[in-house]
Design a binder for this molecule. Structure first.
Ligand code: AHR
Length: 324
């Protein structure tokens, strides 16, 4: 993790130093576009690290200056970070929102300052005229891919589920949890035994899962973990408790993100169903900004195509071909 931060700092400094003159490029050179990127927490998960790298790498080229803020997953700080970008008079603001709520005032300030706001990865609850576009997943559709697998795997047998949620109030958590709620409401043989946020982290998820194993014992036959890191924590807890995990007859493990190390666990049968949440948004956001510079308006909402991977069909070749 420390190495990741070090690389991150080098990349950010390099990107900034490339335009040490600050401000706009001299009139003679290409326009120097300054982008303020409000990231949730750069090193929060394998997924987020891949997302951060993608954004930094995409704008680490002449003509662009990307300034990234890190809110440490603090929603109030992230709003302040965005206000800071407005005060700096950046050309564009890009937000991967910690929380769906609390955006109206600062986005109205951005609108009044005539700074386009691009939402990436995480959707928000704010009036549509306050943001230019959203590019990212439909998180409820991701969850529906997982519950579709659960329907096939369990059939009419009892499904006793524990749900390790992402950070409460984030678009990813809201969408994925909502899909599970729909599944529980639809199937009388599905029971949600417990749910709690693991805040995207492995250790927290492991602690939560350990307490649920003590509370529910062998009743648990399905873990719905809202990202890979938390699925890993749950698997560690189950294995330490001597439980059979995954494959055809172990505790079924649902995960999201499909980071390569966790696709390896899917191939091993430890994770039964891993739903992709693609983090490589850098080129997508750069494409939107380049088009806006040419006066080409983006789609208001661009949902990205994502796959799902399953323990009994994934192959090493599929994993090796993945980009993250
Ligand atoms: O918004 C995407 C989610 O944020 C990922 O599923 C999770 O790993 C990350 O923290």
């Amino acid at each position: 993790m420390k190495k990741f931060i070090a690389i991150l700092l080098v990349l950010t400094v390099a990107a900034s130093m490339a335009f040490a003159g600050g401000g706009k490029q001299a009139a003679s050179g290409p326009k120097n576009i300054t982008i303020g990127f409000a990231q949730c927490k750069a090193d929060e998960s394998d997924w987020r690290m891949a997302n951060t790298r993608s954004m930094l790498n995409s704008f680490n080229v002449p003509g662009y200056r990307l300034i990234m803020s890190d809110s440490n997953n603090d929603a109030a700080k992230q709003v302040a970070d965005v206000q800071g970008f407005i005060n700096m008079e950046v050309d564009y603001i890009v937000i991967a929102a910690v929380n769906m709520d609390g955006w109206d005032t600062v986005l109205r300030n951005a609108k009044n300052a005539r700074i386009p706001v691009i939402l990436v990865d995480r959707n928000i609850n704010a009036a549509e005229d306050l943001w230019t576009c959203y590019v990212g997943p439909d998180f409820k559709v991701e969850g529906q891919k997982a519950t579709a697998w659960m329907e096939k795997h369990f059939g009419s047998n009892p499904v006793n589920i524990v749900n390790i949620q992402g950070q409460l109030g984030s678009g990813a958590q809201v969408g994925r949890s909502a899909a599970l709620d729909d599944g529980v409401a639809k199937h009388s043989n599905w029971t949600l035994l417990a749910r709690q946020t693991g805040n995207w982290g492995t250790d927290t998820a492991k602690q939560i899962m350990t307490s649920w194993i003590q509370q529910f014992g062998d009743r648990i036959n399905c873990v719905y973990a809202e990202n890979d890191n938390m699925a890993d924590g749950a698997i560690q807890a189950l294995k330490e408790a001597g439980k059979k995990v995954g494959k055809a007859d172990g505790v079924a493990i649902i995960s999201f993100d499909a980071n390569r190390p966790y696709l390896q666990m899917t191939l091993e049968g430890l994770i039964n169903c891993n739903v992709e949440c693609n983090p490589l948004h850098g080129p997508r956001v750069k494409g939107i900004i380049d088009n806006l510079e040419k006066g080409i308006q983006p789609k208001k909402i661009e949902y990205i195509e994502e796959e799902a991977f399953f323990w009994d069909t994934i192959t090493q070749a599929i994993i090796d071909a993945r980009q993250y």
